[in-house]
Design a protein around this ligand. Sequence first.
Ligand SMILES: Nc1ncnc2[nH]cnc12
Ligand SMILES: [Zn+2]
Length: 349
Amino acid sequence: MCQHDLHQFLCALPKVEQHIHLEGSLEPSLVFELAKRNNTPLPTDDPAYRDIDSLSARYRKFTSLDDFLHYYFINMGTLIHEVDFEDLAYRYFQKAHSQRVIHAEVFFDPQAHTSRGVEFSTIVNGFKKARQRAKEEFGLTSGLIVCLLRHIPPADCHKAYIQARPYLDSGEVTGLGLSSTELGNPPHLFKSSYDDAKAAGFRLTAHAGEEADVSYMRSAVEDLHCTRIDHGIKLPEDPDLLSQFAKERILVTLCPLSNVELRCVKSVSELPIRQYLQSGVPLSINSDDPAYFGGYIQENYCAVQEAFQLSVNDWQGIVQGSIELSWCGQERKEEMSKKLAGAMEICVQ
Ligand SMILES: Nc1ncnc2[nH]cnc12
Ligand SMILES: [Zn+2]
């Protein structure tokens, strides 16, 4: 298949997204819209907030994860009411559906909202409405993953986890994750929350090996018992751990454009994607914070294709692996596998 046809194939391919922060899909236009609607002031001392174009232009100059997080946390201060969270999530699902996402496991950061006086239930109820609409209108299924903010002391994160726990029982939340400033906040510090979450039945993941070294990935697996690692680009630093990921089918949720925009790598071609494919490390390709990094899932697929010239078989394997390692029921997995097989038949004729 020529590269032009392969591009068409990637557009048509059914996709699963497993690393997307709903607050990271807050587009500059919606930031300004919500700030007006909710009367929440934006900074007046930063020229980036002059208008939508200035804010978008500032995003192209991120110097690090923390430089991005500064804007990410300011912007989500415009989310106040249930309908704001619904609008945010619904717009993401619409866009994802337009790029043929059939299932999405989405993060959110409750502490960034409850610390401003927004109730946990306001957030989850808004997301619930959007998720129901996405399922009814597009057939797009989803799961919610609560992220603990690791720059906040572990004891306070534990309180946030305790707030989230009843939502696992009601089926609203599926998983627990760990995000925000990685360097200096290693996974093992959050062990007591993760131990409790494992016993309660949460699925477990953590951001690790994004800016920090592979020891953070090892800690997430050994100390927190994560079955999935977000980013995880440092695995080649520890060949034994790499073999363990392949053997135990621990998924790495890669976000190529994010890694370039946040200066973790100079270009997508530096990412260890070939090595992971050759060693059997399961991976998925995702957008992370699409409103900030210049693309949603499709643009990330295309960036990987441009850098690595993968084959149709490689892509089929990537999507099939992400279906198998999704945190949804067996029946839904089988439905998605059938959808993938059907798309392959049409595309590869
Ligand atoms: N790339 C990222 N790393 C850590 N925390 C995040 N929160 C949102 N995006 C993130
Ligand atoms: Zn992330």
